[in-house]
Design a protein around this ligand. Structure first.
Ligand SMILES: O=P(O)(O)OC[C@H]1O[C@H](OP(=O)(O)OP(=O)(O)O)[C@H](O)[C@@H]1O
Ligand code: HPA
Ligand SMILES: [Mg+2]
Length: 183
């Protein structure tokens, strides 16, 4: 799949690379203020959070350790199953630590509410969430996301780490897919 083909699969660009970078710079400033004088562990949720993590950690004015969890709830479809499995657990013992979960998207909220409860059961000092995207109309559970990049409409989006059946994660912008991709 070459780059021009991938581009033509997008129907509508919702967020450009530039908009994403500017917003992450703002969030990094707020996060830095919130954790001033504290050590924080950044926990990325594979695979979707790879781009957000890479850009957010470079925008932060301090060097925070990074760890990763891999869970799966979507598989190859466009709907969350709500059943979360840990595919890769943290390498770090988070007892007594401040944890900031870094995610690409809160859609139904099922994945993050499960991850947060799982991490909270390990006696950390605190657990907060930073997610680049949130779909307020899709929420199935109430979840407190302290830092949100953008609220977006209830449409399936790809790019900047987000996939459809493992494709499109490398797109620099975030957008919706043209209908021909699904058929
Ligand atoms: O709020 P929810 O409805 O639970 O959806 C959000 C989750 O779904 C996606 O992950 P996915 O399972 O597709 O894995 P991936 O990050 O490897 O693409 C996304 O990265 C979030 O982790
Ligand atoms: O809109 C989405 N796009 C890609 N992956 C996702 N996982 C949850 N929602 C989405
Ligand atoms: Mg996915």
């Amino acid at each position: 799949m070459d780059a021009s083909h991938v581009g033509s699969d997008l129907q509508h660009v919702l967020l450009t690379e530039e908009q994403i970078r500017e917003r992450l710079d703002e969030l990094a400033g707020e996060i830095a203020d919130a954790y001033a004088g504290k050590d924080v562990l950044l926990v990325g949720v594979l695979k979707g959070a790879i781009m957000v993590m890479a850009d957010l950690m470079r925008a932060l004015p301090f060097s925070a350790p990074v760890d990763w969890m891999a869970v799966s709830s979507y598989g190859s479809g466009t709907k969350s199953s709500g059943v979360v499995r840990i595919l890769k657990d943290l390498d770090t013992d988070i007892t007594g630590k401040h944890v900031l979960i870094v995610e690409d998207i809160v859609d139904s909220g099922l994945t993050l509410s499960w991850i947060r409860a799982n991490l909270e059961s390990r006696s950390p000092a605190s657990v907060e969430i930073c997610a680049l995207l949130r779909k307020p109309e899709a929420a199935k559970v109430d979840i407190d996301v302290k830092w949100v990049g953008f609220d977006i409409p209830n449409e399936f989006v790809v790019g900047y780490g987000l996939d459809y059946d493992e494709a499109y994660r490398g797109l620099r912008d975030v957008g919706t897919l043209a209908s021909h991709v699904y058929s």
